[in-house]
Design a protein around this ligand. Structure first.
Ligand code: FAD
Ligand code: PYC
Length: 402
């Protein structure tokens, strides 16, 4: 600032694409960048390009509401989300970049007897998985969130699933920190470059076509969230994934009034307060498939109306802005990290409404899968599970209505 915002060094280089890389990753969101980072850091694979059709972090990674937790039900989910949560704790030091990880605690309210049973079950499962969560009663909820109304007109608060080590992080910083570290290792991050085709020879991937020309590669990672169906089609296979918009909004900034994250899944709303003071609010996905990265009036009305019952003070707030992102939903609400029918081509998608929290764990596992052909973290999330009926049902833990 003292130099009038001039003379800043670029955090990552902006090179012309080379003719060939050992690994090409499509998609410079958090999952693509983390995959590239751990390929370099853990396996010494640094002849890597990350190709992005827009700007780095401009997809869901820069559009989410930054909630980090690992209170899932099934063992493979708890393993990958807890790995991610623990990597978030040291990410700023690891990347030498402040990602503002704030383990302020995440609370999932139980507002029906069905939810009480469900969350108590999750707390027991988490205890067996080594994930620290607990069931708390309404008095403790009120102590942690003084602005809450425990006796809403439709749904009283009956208790909550509480993860003290959950929280938030600055989403852009996560993308920027990984990008800077990848660039420093000599990897090329190529923005404004859309992948338009996948080339193969004898069942093996050999490269991609892009709006900046063909690029050859030894291995390909497709990490494009809501556009996974299109990329899979280019590579010659189909995915059990649907694209939907998920919206969020923030209020004008106000003084600090809530220092934990609260999710109210019965009424489909959640809220936290950003470091700038804005109340960050979101709800369920749009009820129809679409590729719209914008907000809409019906969403404000549904979400705010629902949250008003539990947080009457928000009826006085003005909305500052709203937006949407295109999320990639699977039937069992769990991700896909997998080899594909095309040799050398790997896919990482299906994180749906909840993949921000998973970025470091997903990148860690995906890098291991791409480098060695196997990863204990990703094994259960292979594409085969849809053929074998081996679903990893996380509809409840996903927390967001869809
Ligand atoms: P993205 O960040 O979307 O990256 C994919 C990239 O691929 C994009 O940049 C895109 O431009 C690029 N791409 C697509 N097609 C091509 C192509 N042909 N060629 C080149 N590049 C291409 N998760 C949580 O854990 N906690 C939350 O609180 C949370 N809140 C959310 C709130 C909202 C409103 C939304 C939309 C999502 C939320 N999520 C949350 C989900 C989370 O944001 C996503 O799961 C996660 O960011 C996905 O990251 P990604 O790297 O897979 O995808
Ligand atoms: O997965 O925790 C989550 C989440 C919260 C809001 C959107 N996704």
């Amino acid at each position: 600032a003292l130099r009038y915002h001039t003379g800043w060094e670029r955090a990552w280089r902006s090179p012309e694409p080379k003719k060939r890389y050992d690994v090409v990753i499509v998609g410079a969101g958090g999952h693509g960048l983390a995959t590239a980072y751990y390929l370099g850091k853990n396996y010494g694979i640094q002849n890597v390009a990350v190709i992005e059709k827009g700007w780095l972090g401009g997809g869901n990674t820069g559009r989410n509401t930054t909630i980090i937790r690992s209170n899932y039900l099934q063992d493979p989910s708890a393993a990958i989300y807890e790995k991610a949560r623990s990597l978030y704790e040291t990410m700023s030091q690891d990347l030498n970049y402040n990602v503002m990880f704030s383990p302020r605690g995440v609370m999932m309210l139980a507002q029906t007897q069905h939810e009480v049973r469900g969350y108590k079950r999750t707390a027991h499962a988490n205890a067996l998985q080594g994930v620290k969560t607990e069931w708390i009663d309404p008095a403790r909820v009120k102590q942690l969130v003084p602005i809450i109304n425990l006796h809403g007109p439709r749904y009283p608060v009956l208790g909550a699933l509480w993860q003290e080590r959950g929280g938030t992080a600055r989403h852009d910083a996560v993308a920027w920190g990984y990008a800077r570290a990848c660039s420093a290792m000599g990897m090329d991050i190529i923005q404004q470059c859309e992948v338009t085709g996948v080339r193969s020879d004898a069942g093996q991937v050999v490269g991609v076509d892009t709006t900046r020309g063909p690029i050859d590669c030894g291995k390909l990672g497709i990490v494009v969230a809501g556009h996974s169906g299109q990329l899979a089609e280019m590579a010659g296979f189909r995915l059990p994934v649907e694209a939907l918009a998920l919206q969020a909004l923030v209020s004008e900034p106000i003084k600090p009034c809530m220092d934990v994250v609260v999710m109210a899944n019965t009424v489909h709303g959640y809220m936290s307060q950003s470091d700038k003071g804005e109340m960050v609010i979101g709800g369920g996905t749009d009820g129809f498939n679409n590729f719209t990265q914008r907000g809409s009036f019906h969403h404000i009305e549904e979400t705010v109306r629902a949250l008003n019952e539990t947080f009457p003070m928000i009826s006085r707030l003005k909305m500052l802005r709203q937006w949407g992102g295109i999320v990639d939903m699977t039937g069992d609400r769990s991700p896909i990290l997998s080899k594909t029918p095309l040799g050398g081509c790997f896919i990482n998608c299906g994180w749906g409404t909840g993949g921000f929290k998973a970025i470091p764990g997903s990148g860690w596992g995906m890098a291991q899968l791409m480098a060695t052909g196997h990863s204990p973290l990703t094994e259960a999330f292979s594409l085969d599970r849809f053929k074998e009926g081996r679903f990893i049902d996380e509809s409840v833990a996903a927390g967001v209505a869809h």
